[in-house]
Design a protein around this ligand. Structure first.
Ligand code: PGA
Length: 250
């Protein structure tokens, strides 16, 4: 049985004091969360204070991005060893906002994925199609291409120690959630594609859904056989909503 995992992606939001407040709120409600593992991904400057607050708790700490290089002359970058050093165990790679706003390619995302694993971080690899791509009927082609780039660089076995997040771009921050059936279809496709090369990895890897998950729709999504939790943007910024999602399945 795969355990549920719910991860908050805070994106470019908050202040030092709101970070502490939000984490205190989340920690305060964790006793109600029994069926899911939980993680949060605050902005880089708040990782260290977050790590201090989360120490000894059941909430894992993650970053929203990582450099593909470990050390050197890469102005503005943050490396995987640095993330480990400040207490992270997770990192999001290939979020659609990185891909579309900052032009990060499938190959570059794969390098970040490999960098994360080199340092022992668990990468949360985001894949997903745009509205245009869905309407053209190429959702599976796009998701397969995004997955294949990572498998080509890191190998299939690397997915055994990674998490995948299916995030249809048209559902992110739009309030339009993919229906549980639409999401399940793509999740099943991802799992089947992995199973074609390695059954054990395919049955083990957690595939999260992301895109306008809220306390009101989480239970239905997480009940689908191939949906193993969620990557939560907007609703992770309010402790009550985030906790509602984390405890959506008992
Ligand atoms: P959303 O974002 O929950 O605000 O739609 C999800 C994500 O981008 O990870």
């Amino acid at each position: 049985m795969r355990r549920l995992l719910v991860v908050g992606n805070w994106k470019l939001n908050g202040t030092l004091s709101s970070t502490k407040e939000l984490l205190t709120g989340v920690l305060g409600g964790m006793s109600e969360v029994t069926a899911a593992d939980v993680g949060v991904c605050p902005p880089y400057p708040y990782l260290l204070p977050a790590a201090e607050l989360l120490q000894g708790s059941a909430v894992a700490l993650g970053a929203q991005d990582v450099c593909d290089q470990d050390v050197g002359a890469f102005t503005g970058e943050v490396s995987a060893p640095m993330l480990v050093d400040v207490g992270c165990s997770l990192v999001i790679v290939g979020h659609s906002e990185r891909r579309s706003i900052y032009g990060e390619s499938d190959e570059f995302t794969a390098k970040k994925f490999a960098a994360a694993q080199r340092s022992g971080l668990t990468p949360i690899l985001c894949v997903g199609e745009t509205l245009d791509e869905r309407e053209q009927g190429v959702t599976e082609t796009v998701v397969a291409r995004q997955l294949d780039a990572v498998v080509a660089l890191a190998g299939m076995d690397a997915l055994a120690t990674a998490v995948i997040a299916y995030e249809p771009v048209w559902a992110i921050g739009t309030g339009k959630t993919a229906s549980p059936e639409q999401a399940q279809d793509v999740h099943a496709f991802i799992r089947q594609r992995l199973a074609a090369s390695n059954e054990a990895v395919a049955s083990k890897v957690q595939i999260l859904y992301g895109g306008s998950v809220k306390p009101g729709n989480a239970a239905e999504l997480f009940a689908k056989p191939d949906i193993d939790g969620g990557l939560i943007g907007g609703a992770s910024l309010k402790a009550e909503d985030f906790l509602g999602i984390c405890s959506a399945v008992k």
